[in-house]
Design a protein. Structure first.
Length: 146
């Protein structure tokens, strides 16, 4: 006599195989999300750098705050940093001028939500986290900075 259907053991084995496949896929998916955020931040930072340079060309000075470039021909609205969270206290990219207003930096808080960076009068950038992504007209601290 033939039985139709699956036994309990067969169903448990299928569920275990599916669980293993999900366990392999989730970390890979999270890595892809991280890469997508980096790519979006990199593109946004290139646009913001272009907007700051356009502002400088028009006004013969770099803006004191990043919001000054909003509404210009290059940037209608400031983009949101994909890494920022409400807990970090900001939804946008960070911006700072050197004390002599010759150099600027624009940066993303990065995956660790570290919002610390500075730029000296010589254009040398100092960052609080090596994973930060940014743009500057000074000396880039690592390959994540353009």
């Amino acid at each position: 006599m033939l039985r139709k259907g699956f036994t309990l053991i067969e169903l448990l084995i299928v569920m275990a195989v599916i669980a293993v496949l999900i366990g392999i896929a989730i970390p890979s998916f999270r890595g892809m999300q991280e890469e997508a955020k980096k790519a979006k931040a990199g593109g946004d930072l290139r646009v913001l750098k272009l907007a700051v340079e356009a502002y400088n060309a028009k006004n013969s000075a770099y803006p004191t705050i990043l919001a000054s470039v909003e509404g210009q021909s290059v940037v209608q609205t400031l983009p949101t940093d994909p890494f920022s969270t409400a807990a970090a206290g900001s939804n946008g990219y960070q911006y700072a001028l050197s004390p002599n207003s010759t150099y600027y930096i624009i940066w993303s808080v990065g995956k660790n939500n570290t919002a610390s960076a500075s730029i000296a009068d010589t254009g040398v950038v100092t960052v609080g986290d090596a994973d930060q992504i940014g743009a500057t007209n000074g000396t880039s601290p690592n390959t994540n900075w353009k």
